[in-house]
Unconditional design. Structure first.
Length: 267
């Protein structure tokens, strides 16, 4: 069957393309998820789904699930999907999604045991990857402070590999307020920094990692500012046993989150 959407000037196509801009996403409280896996994970948050005829045939089960959830499904030409998508080689399926972030107060009220806080993280790929690591480690939530990248940035959504849709996310919270609320809920705040006074291995060996914990991760280039470090209970460094100068943000986050997850599960 011929695609239903073929014009690049269609209001739907124009609106979807505008979602590449943060200001428009914030105004509409909508964002795009690309590819069949991301759209499958986003099912509960979908507004519409667009697919090329070839992708519709290839992923018939996905589109059937969307229709069963009363989500409109439209077929579109490859040119239209290419116009909507942010990637160079789109996979033929794009989902229009509602924002899904939650108030920090709701996250804190659920008494989380493991939280990742992204403070001043600007790279969308890193933000999405840390979110994916947090999901894999079994974290209860991720918080992006007001100085961090937009979690609905197309690259952040892709880098999360579907994890954006798996766990609660709070956005736009001032870092001091986020850490104050978490500490008030009995969560120990640990700042991850290569110059930290405590060693992660030492913290594990001393048995101090099993309590509810919020890890604070800073900017890719300059880490955490002193005023943020001062808000933490402890500043912890990941030990470097080899000759590497440092770890990148996502790798350090994975090490820290998994250390906490292991300690909490073996308590």
């Amino acid at each position: 069957m011929p695609p239903e959407l073929t014009s690049l000037r269609s209001p739907r196509v124009t609106a979807a393309r505008k979602l590449g801009k943060r200001s428009f996403r914030a105004k509409e409280r909508r964002f795009l998820a690309e590819g069949p896996q991301a759209v499958r994970e986003a099912l509960a948050h979908l507004v519409e789904v667009y697919a090329t005829p070839q992708a519709a045939e290839r992923h018939a089960d996905l589109l059937q699930a969307a229709r069963a959830a009363r989500v409109p499904v439209l077929t579109a030409s490859e040119e239209v999907i290419g116009e909507m998508a942010d990637t160079v080689t789109p996979q033929g399926v794009v989902g229009l999604c509602r924002f899904l972030d939650r108030p920090l107060e709701q996250i804190v009220a659920a008494r989380p045991r493991l939280v990742a806080v992204l403070a001043h993280v600007r790279d969308p790929g890193n933000a999405g990857t840390v979110l994916r690591c947090a999901d894999a480690a079994g974290a209860d939530a991720v918080v992006l402070t007001d100085a961090s990248v937009d979690v609905y940035n197309p690259k952040a959504v892709r880098s999360s590999a579907g994890s954006l849709f798996h766990l609660p996310v709070a956005v736009g919270v001032p870092v001091a307020e986020a850490l104050r609320q978490l500490a008030g809920a009995g969560v120990r705040v640990l700042a991850a920094d290569g110059a930290g006074e405590r060693d992660l291995d030492e913290e594990l060996d001393a048995g101090r990692m099993a309590s509810p914990t919020a890890w604070v991760f800073g900017n890719e280039a300059w880490g955490l500012p002193e005023e943020t470090r001062a808000l933490a209970d402890t500043v912890v460094r990941v030990p470097l046993h080899g000759r590497a100068e440092s770890l990148n943000l996502a790798t350090a986050a994975a090490v820290c989150l998994y250390a906490s997850a292991r300690a909490q599960r073996t308590r």
